[in-house]
Design a protein around this ligand. Sequence first.
Ligand SMILES: Cc1cc2nc3c(=O)[nH]c(=O)nc-3n(C[C@H](O)[C@H](O)[C@H](O)COP(=O)(O)O)c2cc1C
Length: 207
Amino acid sequence: MIFKQNDALKLLEIIKARRDVRGNRFIPKAVEDEKLNLILEAGISAPSVGYSQPWKFIVIQDTKIKNNILKNFEDENKKAKEIFKDRDLYKKLKLEGIKEAPINMAMLYEPQGEEVIGMTSMKQMGEYSVVCAIQNMWLMARSLNIGLGWVSILDEKKVLDQLEAPQSSNLIAYLCLGYVDKFYDESELKTLGWKDEKKLSDCVVFK
Ligand SMILES: Cc1cc2nc3c(=O)[nH]c(=O)nc-3n(C[C@H](O)[C@H](O)[C@H](O)COP(=O)(O)O)c2cc1C
């Protein structure tokens, strides 16, 4: 398939409009099954080291599980607040949308139990493949006007327990997914003054 310049511009528009969405923006509107399927399909279409496809996505709607994960977040965030105690803004930040988002998703990496092409030297490539799946899903969700937020302030082992997932797997991300009242134009952490945006020239070196 050959794409046109306009397709590339549209893709960049979606990439730039993608936001991390937290509980202050989710609305209680159900995500249609066809849209959820498109998002999941985008995930499993990601590149993976040695075509290992080492991902498992657990789709969570159960309130009891969500409540347990939220407690896990609150315990971990208490420690994070201590770490950032010199920055007053930290404790005011909303950093998850576990209860507000109609769908939560745990993104697991499952070790393959066999040698994988491309992982013989760099052992983290399996986990990075799952990250590629997450980014695909994030962009597909945005193109459907569905918000997605990444929660990483969690005790990984406890999440695996709470999901009755094998302890041999790794939690790569815990995602919150749902419709939103609006998408911000820029990163909320930039707007709130937590961190400045880097320019292209700060990030790219030509040799
Ligand atoms: C690996 C990873 C982990 C993240 N973990 C969290 C998190 O625990 N809580 C949160 O509110 N945002 C989390 N984020 C979202 C980032 O804060 C967000 O992507 C960043 O501020 C840029 O904003 P934007 O995604 O809206 O452009 C995470 C993002 C990534 C890529």
